[in-house]
Design a protein around this ligand. Sequence first.
Ligand code: 5AD
Ligand code: SF4
Length: 440
Amino acid sequence: MEKKKYHIVTYGCQMNVHESEKLAGIMQQLGYEETDETEKADAILFNTCCIRENAEERAYGNIGALKNLKREKKDLIIAVGGCMTQQSGAAEKLKKTFPFVDIVFGTHNLEDFKRLFEKKLSTKKSVLEIQAREGSVKEGTPKYRTSYPNAWVNIMYGCNNFCTYCIVPYVRGRERSRKVEDIVEECRELIAQGYKEITLLGQNVNSYGNDFEEGVNFAKLIATIAALDGKFRLRFMTNHPKDLSREVAYAIKENPKICRAVHLPVQSGSNRILKAMNRRYTREDYLEKLAFLKEIVPNCAVTTDVMVGFPTETEEDFNDTYDLMKTARFHGAFTFIYSPRSGTMAANLDGQIPEEVSKARISKLIDLQNGINREISEEYITKTVEVLTEGYDEKKKMYFGREEFGKMIYFASDKDVFGEFVNVKITKANGISLIGTTEN
Ligand code: 5AD
Ligand code: SF4
């Protein structure tokens, strides 16, 4: 008999991408198989994000678009979960707007999805279950990984920082770390299965282990994982600048398996705005962290997140951000327009910035960063870098993958090198991506 099929739609960050792998693991356990095509699916799962308004709008639009499909296909099961539904009152609103949705669940009961799905199947009634508070860390959820040769590994959940613009602490709860043994065992198994890159995930990886007794911290964790046998790369995200320590920098320096690449979101270059954001560092602190990081780990590539249009941001504040981006010369930057999130402190502040102003500011930052990206790309030409091959681009007829610092490299090869490390000599820079030829 043909297996039933599931289709998962994911919004938002890598954390969500990995959580969708857990939902997929549960669906596989239930005997379903994956399909890319919505029309062929017997179950469609939405893993939503609410970090900015546009992510929410897209999810609302896509869920709404299923109304007719559901009318034609009565047995289709539609489930909506993730950060959006975990906001207070959001699940009820969603069910009211889209009565045809069968299951609504939150971030705190994702691991419980199997039971919710079975409940729907047995009762034939819609299921709405949101667990109000985070529970303790749950181990053993099956995972159906979709990002080979990279594997995502959670090291902690939640966030204690309450940056005033951010909804994450409200929808993901307080920080909870996974045990060192559980993380290391998962990494060991992944390497044995042939994964070549492990990316550790946490909202603020530097505070890993703060909820344990003395002796456990992020620097020790990455050194322990890097000491595992086998050839693999270790990456992690996200580092909060206020907690980045010299010990972490030394762990990177001393363990060649740890990529010299740190994602260190700055958000703003203005001390007044940083304070209003509750980031708990100044521009000077940030630059000092960058300086010691680069001193201890020469060539370390730093990427960032930056935001414009935070309430009350003046032209002068913005110029401070622009200037910091110029000074820091980031290896890459994600730029965002501030989006008010109901329930956060900043949403109630006076002085919201008109959209045209924010758009003009973000486009200046994008132009600046594009220029820096181009310059950095040019610096790669004639160099040989080790690329971990992630896939094959049918249009370009080239393989692609990333080098240690995260740049995307395209190259041709006669051999099937998917999932392998390949030395590539860079011949051409093309925007942010690079083109090269293989040497082996
Ligand atoms: N508006 C715009 N950007 C936001 N981010 C987080 N919250 C908001 C918001 N309300 C950005 C931050 C963070 C990244 C993941 O998303 O820059 O680092
Ligand atoms: Fe949000 Fe700040 Fe926590 Fe990052 S550190 S998830 S921006 S509250």
